[in-house]
Design a protein around this ligand. Structure first.
Ligand SMILES: NC(=O)c1ccc[n+]([C@@H]2O[C@H](COP(=O)([O-])OP(=O)(O)OC[C@H]3O[C@@H](n4cnc5c(N)ncnc54)[C@H](OP(=O)(O)O)[C@@H]3O)[C@@H](O)[C@H]2O)c1
Length: 300
């Protein structure tokens, strides 16, 4: 027997397996493309020819495949005996994906836990790793060795496994907003002859401002009163007009800057002037409340 099995040794699964092995755990792995799992053997990790064999090898099974469909398929094809196994799903997905997979695991007499890794693979095993978990508290405890191998911050988000995926969806949406900002910013920098490295040096200086935007914005959203003199809507429109033109010149199609400008303009058409830009969130809420398709997850 080994301590932990990793199913799927892509970039995330390999980093997880390596971190576990480096922390002294005995690790088994399986991967569809055998070369990828065999590459881990020189680190003392056991590569199994079948998923069923790898699952049988350990009481804790970490699923690190690309998505839920593939996870279902791999479990279905291998039909491993899950008795006594704690199966932890790490793949990205949506809250609706969670319960069908839990049912499948429980039908095989396994115990299910949902997880998400909120960083790049190279942070796994370092203090920069951030993982979240949902399921029974005693199972979170059972994962202690694995969690300490992954390192960094590990948050237990409660007994409801679907909440973990809701949380992950929110953090992924924020991540892609950041990525999109970076992509458009690099095109604008190139077009304007500003070395991106010069801009990058200034980014840490903005950090308190980002934090402030979130703190102030959350407070205003919570209070439902968006009056805020420091950066009223009227001050955003000119800036966004300029930036939208520059984005076009930089060859950026469908820029988020144009979308932001239109949103601000629409808010001003409705009579808003001195409010914080967070007032735009009320549009989304209004549309959500008037649409038939409500979100299935209520949150914590
Ligand atoms: N990379 C990141 O920065 C990051 C960060 C957080 C979370 N995640 C999440 O982690 C999960 C794994 O992503 P990754 O980045 O490790 O991707 P990856 O390197 O592409 O690995 C994908 C894994 O899924 C397997 N797979 C794909 N299609 C398959 C199929 N039809 N049958 C069986 N196995 C199949 C791959 O096996 P083969 O080797 O045989 O293709 C591999 O083990 C994803 O849900 C991703 O969103 C990734």
């Amino acid at each position: 027997m080994t301590d932990v099995t990793v199913i799927g040794t892509g970039v995330i699964g390999s980093a997880v397996a390596r971190a576990c092995a480096r922390s002294g755990l005995e690790v088994s792995v399986w991967n569809r493309t055998r070369e990828r799992s065999d590459a881990l053997v020189e680190e003392g990790i056991r590569s199994h020819p079948t998923a069923a064999g790898a699952v049988a090898a350990s009481p804790i099974v970490l699923m690190c495949l690309l998505n839920y469909d593939i996870t279902h398929r791999v479990i279905g094809e291998a039909s491993p005996d899950l008795s006594g196994r704690l199966v932890v799903q790490n793949a990205s997905g949506t809250p609706e994906n969670v319960l069908p997979l839990r049912e499948r695991v429980e039908a095989g007499n396994g115990v299910y836990m949902e997880a998400a890794i909120l960083n790049y693979p190279d942070a796994i095993g370092t203090e920069d790793c951030f993982t979240v978990y949902g399921g029974a508290a005693e199972d979170f405890e059972r994962l202690k060795g694995v969690r300490s191998a992954l390192g960094g911050r590990q948050a237990y988000l409660g007994a409801d496994p679907t909440y973990v995926k809701a949380y992950h969806v929110v953090s992924s949406a924020f991540y892609y907003a950041f990525i999109n900002g970076f992509l458009e910013c690099s095109a604008i920098a190139e077009a304007m002859g500003v070395p991106l490295a010069d801009f990058a040096e200034s980014v840490p200086l903005y950090d308190p401002g980002f934090q402030n935007t979130i703190e102030v914005g959350l407070d205003l959203i919570k209070r439902g009163d968006y009056t805020y003199e420091q950066a009223p809507l009227t001050s955003h429109l000119d800036v966004l007009d300029n930036l939208t033109g520059i984005a076009e010149q930089a060859g950026i199609d469908r820029s988020y800057l144009g979308v932001m400008r239109e949103r601000v303009r629409e808010a001003m058409d409705r009579g808003y002037r001195r409010e914080h830009i967070a007032v735009l969130t009320t549009w989304f809420r209004d549309r959500r409340e008037s649409s038939a398709g409500r979100m299935p997850v209520g949150g914590r």
